[in-house]
Design a binder for this molecule. Structure first.
Ligand code: HXC
Length: 259
């Protein structure tokens, strides 16, 4: 597939990098962009060699939200019958390999929601997060009212969603929305470092770890603990577990075969 709104490349044959690329619109998330993003994510997820995916934007904007001209004229019936935002918006959720959001500049509205669908966010020091939909007379529609409180709690979420104000990278890290903040010119280096670290580990263990952490947001503690234990036990059936523990015992670097 020829992409027009995203750039796709690999690093060291094991990290997939997707760059949102609608610079004139600050990477506003059009239907075409979301379709292409979904396609690229699925392709990397299915590629046996790829162990981690990075999703990033430009220095000025990760993404400034859903495409406002595209949705400005929607009626309720258009939005409801067309199931606005279902179209490929949840694809990133179905990706089983780890996805790192490398965010610089604006991550607003759907852009903030897209970043929150990543497994973790590394932010540049110029990153700004926000859910400004209220200023457009609507509310977040792709998880902003659901994922943000899980990340930063109720009070800050209400503040963000009700006032539409932005939060800078320092505040986002303090609140737990992002895992690391680095200088802008170090963003990709930092994200790539993390992605290569993950890609060199056991793919099956990384996928299980992701699945288990995500389960914490969907289940009671007892159910989540049981789910984790079952996956943990299951990993003893892998060659990678034998390799990882043998390497430790023999003081050597493990070579995981993803089996
Ligand atoms: C389409 C957008 C856009 C958007 C910016 N642009 N955001 N186009 N959709 N969401 C365009 C502008 O129209 C402008 O194009 C160009 O990008 C540069 O933007 P400026 O406003 O000139 O830049 P600046 O002054 O630096 O301000 C940056 C900004 C501002 C603070 C990010 O653009 C802004 O507030 N954008 C809207 C953010 C927003 O409300 N997002 C939520 C959308 S609703 P021209 O052609 O004029 O130069 C949403 C709902 C999600 O996301 C629901 C689930 C899918």
């Amino acid at each position: 597939m020829n992409y027009e709104t995203i750039l796709v490349r690999t690093e060291a044959d094991k990290v997939g990098i997707i760059t949102l690329n609608r610079p004139k619109q600050l990477n506003a998330l059009s239907d075409q962009l979301m379709d292409e993003l979904g396609h690229a994510l699925k392709a990397f997820d299915a590629d046996e060699k790829i162990g981690c995916i990075i999703l990033t934007g430009s220095e000025k904007a990760f993404a400034a939200g859903a495409d406002i001209p595209g949705m400005a004229k929607y009626s309720f019936v258009d939005a409801y019958k067309g199931d606005f935002i279902t179209r490929n918006w949840e694809t990133i959720r179905s990706v089983r390999k780890p996805v790192i959001g490398a965010v610089s500049g604006f991550a607003l509205g759907g852009g903030c929601e897209l970043a929150m669908m990543c497994d973790f966010i590394i932010a540049a020091d110029n990153a700004k997060f926000g859910q400004p939909e209220i200023k457009l007379g609507v509310i977040p529609g792709a998880g902003g009212t659901q994922r943000l409180p899980r990340a930063v709690g109720k009070s800050k979420t209400m503040d963000m969603v009700l006032t539409g104000r932005m939060m800078d990278a320092t505040e986002a890290e303090r609140a737990g929305l992002v895992s690391r903040v680095v200088p802008l010119d170090k963003l990709m280096e930092e994200a790539l470092g993390a992605a290569l670290t993950i890609a060199d580990l056991s793919q099956v263990a990384a996928m299980a770890a992701k699945e288990s952490v995500n389960r914490a947001f969907e289940s009671t503690l007892s159910d989540g603990l049981m789910f984790e234990r079952r996956l943990f036990h299951g990993l003893f059936a892998t060659e990678d577990q034998k390799e990882g523990m043998d390497a430790f015992l023999n003081k050597r670097k493990p070579i995981f075969k993803n089996r």
